[in-house]
Design a protein around this ligand. Sequence first.
Ligand code: HAM
Length: 418
Amino acid sequence: MPSINAPRGTRDILPGESWKWSYIINTASKVMKDFGFREIHLPVFEHTELFSRGVGETTDIVEKEMYTFNDRAGRSITLRPEATAGVMRAAIENNLCVQGANAKLWSWGPMFRHERPQKGRYRQFYQIDSECLGIAGPGADVEIISLSIELFRRLGLRNLEVVINSVGCEKCRPVYRQKLVEYFTAHESELCETCKGRLSRNPLRILDCKNESCGRVSDDAPDIFDSLCDECRGHFAQVREGLEQLGFTYTINKRLVRGLDYYTKTAYEILSGDLGAQNAVAGGGRYDNLSQAIGGGKIPGVGFACGLDRVALVMEEQGCTFGEAPGISVYCAALDDESRGMIQSLTYELRKAGISAECDTAGKSFKSQMKIAGACKFACIVGADERMNNTVAVKNLSDGTQVSVPVNEAVKYLEGKI
Ligand code: HAM
């Protein structure tokens, strides 16, 4: 029978890699705590409507990338393509932001998008996501951007670029949108087929199309800053000021529109030069109308998500460290079969004391056991003599010295050495 492989665009995170992921998540957890964000966990599937209304009907994600199916009761269900809409849904459903209360939440887990797989782009990928709900002022935008920068600083990432923009709000964006429609209609023949379709549905997206000809046309497109209302203009200026006060450098890219429709005012990305085409390690922004789009009251929000897979890739490429590699401290080896029972209980006692310990349960020879022990700090050896005297030979594997220790003192002895 043919063997079954993982679906295209998915992959197994094996032990050689998973400990590095744990390091990244533990670091994120600490940074989130330092910034006052609390952890939440949400379902990986939601009602499809959450994303079609929240992320936007005309986005690539909703139009062609979602894993959507009918469940057994005939309801349309979607594997979450991103976390923000779900976090907002949870905040509304659980009354986290009533009467002006705000909520600073973070989460991590798998997201699903049916995209063409390539380096740094998967169909099941992982995000570390953080959202600040209930605060409309620019200070929250600065906090979110500084949180993402601090996360990458602690992870040791280098050569990152912070790119920011303002995409306006429900008051000024329609004016800008109209200007774009007029401009791009006059240049329709120069646009790629996808952008010709975007012209009526989502003209802002043409601005960040990677096609060369679309890029040339976009170079001379109307400038969003000529259309921003006073409020959006003031908000952007304050975000810039806040970032500068914290000592951050950033660039403004007026063509950064992001692929999700819920953004208002601030949009930003953090890019890495070490990733190739999929160069965004994080993206985010403000979304003051998302709550109402999914049936909630007025809850402004700002947040970001970083791609765990991509962060791990960049860290690997930049030679970053991932903390201490997992390893076993003590290997307990039996010289003969009669000693295996004693070895197994000693191993268990060490583990109970929080010392990582291993012993053979596969019937390996003493020689093979000691070969494995070579990767540990200490070996505890038991044979006929030790059994008779109720002792254990403790061998320091880095300097080769060996001492005999009463078996009931072995844990204490090793606790003092490791
Ligand atoms: P996004 O830009 O779609 O934004 O995704 C955020 C990050 O997730 C990207 O910068 C990238 O690192 C990673 N990512 C996205 N798609 C893939 C993929 N197919 N494979 C690997 N990594 C990927 C959002 O999802 C928004 N919800 C972010 C946000 C939070 N905005 C406000 N709050």
